[in-house]
Write a protein that binds this ligand. Structure first.
Ligand SMILES: [Zn+2]
Length: 143
């Protein structure tokens, strides 16, 4: 009985600690920033694991970047020419707007630190994504 209580209390403290150290997503980003352009409120579909990493990335870059594209409905993904199995459809990718090569470096560096495994480099944006099942090889591609 005593051992079980101790274990519970350790787990409780650990959860409290994790909670206190994490910043709620809402304080860093608005869900609407991630809305599919054709569906208001859909930004909420971004996966929790992805959101946590995005907050980490934001902390590392110490700069707020504009999100060009977050969650996408199938219709919107088709319209913008996204690939059929795009991680945008799963709430596991964003395109971050960049203005110059220093931004590009900073985001790629931070994305790798944080553990994003799917990175696409465009002239004016960086796609950062996660593979849901972790069965895709980490990769970087160009547009
Ligand atoms: Zn993208």
């Amino acid at each position: 009985m005593k051992i079980s209580n101790t274990k519970d209390s350790v787990e409780y403290n650990l959860n409290t600690l994790i909670f206190q150290n994490s910043i709620p997503f809402e304080e860093v980003f608005c869900h609407s920033e991630f809305d599919s352009k054709d569906l208001k409120g859909s930004g909420i579909q971004m996966k929790e694991s992805f959101r946590e990493k995005l907050i980490e990335l934001n902390k590392l870059t110490e700069k707020r970047y504009k999100i060009n594209s977050g969650y996408r409905t199938i219709r919107h993904n088709r319209r913008v020419g996204g690939v059929t199995h795009s991680n945008h459809l799963k709430g596991l990718a964003v395109d971050i707007s960049i203005r110059n090569s220093a931004d590009r470096y900073r985001i790629i560096w931070a994305a790798l630190q944080v553990g994003f495994t799917q990175i696409g480099i465009g002239k004016t944006f960086i796609h950062i994504g996660l593979d849901h099942n972790n069965n895709k090889t980490p990769r970087i591609w160009l547009y």
